[in-house]
Design a binder for this molecule. Structure first.
Ligand code: ZN
Length: 307
């Protein structure tokens, strides 16, 4: 029996780059994004429209979107936590929005300095504005859906309440259940993913899982999410990233680790592992990057022979 394919979204150019303290030149960002697209990555989170004062590394996102050249069929998403960022994204020719809020009150306050309810309310304004934009597509990232650096484990019901409010806008949306700290365990991931899919089935939502590999559980968690019915996965080439609130964090689950695992299990990703590893090497060689993942450090021949 053939297994459902997956869609990977590489978030290195946002979740990964945003924590790199040394400025990454715009041309380098563009080269990495184009390399990911050439490797077959169908979705790429290319930057964020956020305050350049708070996240200086994302200051050139509009320029990146203006100059990057990607093949048809590949989409670039830009992350934003508010209406102003969404409008900047639309103005920059990016109709594909990743809107983020945190399920945990304290994380949302520390991240975007307002209550969760205010973030969700503003999502309604983003949707209204987006309806006038050609090609508008919406991913809503529910950060800290599993664990919060301040509050610990997040109650499933708190996540469901947030999702309910998002779905009340009655606009097609992909909801990203995000393990922001990488602290979730596989059974927790499976439980929340299956619970959300079941509870909100038949609605306007599609589901994605966004995991970090802090405790070495990134791949396992993704597989449990897959078993629970999730088919869209965020990952980061070279495992780039790191969470400022989780010391020792190794960033997002490495894209190459997910490609290796899914493909060897007969689950298509559409990504060329050898080409992806070339991009991983380039990203890992950038100054001041915190990389992770496993496949990149295994001798290349062994990886490809096994694939
Ligand atoms: Zn993340």
């Amino acid at each position: 029996m053939s297994k459902d394919p997956v869609i990977l979204c590489d978030v290195a150019p946002r979740d990964g780059f945003q924590v790199v303290p040394t400025w990454i030149p715009t041309e380098t960002k563009i080269r990495v994004i184009e390399g990911l697209a050439a490797a077959g990555m169908k979705r790429i989170e290319a930057g964020a429209f956020v305050s350049p004062k708070h996240v200086p590394q994302m200051a050139d996102t509009a320029e990146v979107h203006a100059k990057v050249r990607i093949p048809d069929g590949t989409s670039l998403t830009a992350l934003t936590p508010n209406l102003r960022g969404a409008q900047n994204a639309f103005d920059a020719g990016c109709p594909d929005i990743g809107y983020v809020f945190s399920v945990s009150e304290s994380h949302n306050k520390s991240n975007v300095r307002r209550p969760v309810a205010a973030s969700i309310e503003e999502l309604g304004l983003v949707i209204e504005a987006g309806k006038d934009v050609e090609g508008f597509k919406l991913r809503v990232n529910a950060a800290t859906s599993f664990d919060c650096p301040f509050e610990g484990r997040i109650d499933e019901d708190a996540v469901y309440r947030c999702i309910e409010q998002v779905l009340a806008f009655d606009y097609p949306v992909e909801i990203g259940l995000c393990d922001t700290t990488g602290r979730a365990l596989p059974d927790h991931v499976a439980g929340l993913c299956a619970g959300a899919i079941e509870r909100f089935s038949g609605g306007v939502a599609n589901w994605a899982y966004h995991g970090h590999d802090t405790f070495g559980l990134g791949v396992a968690n993704a597989l449990y999410a897959y078993d629970a019915g999730v088919r869209v996965f965020d990952a980061s080439v070279a495992g780039l990233g790191g969470c400022p609130f989780a010391p020792g964090a190794t960033g997002n689950t490495a894209s190459e680790d997910l490609v290796f695992t899914f493909e060897n299990m007969g689950i298509e990703t559409g990504v060329d592992l050898a080409k992806l590893l070339d991009v991983a090497e380039e990203v890992a060689a950038l100054p001041d990057t915190d990389t992770g993942g496993h496949i990149r450090i295994v001798p290349r021949k062994r990886v490809l022979d096994a694939a």
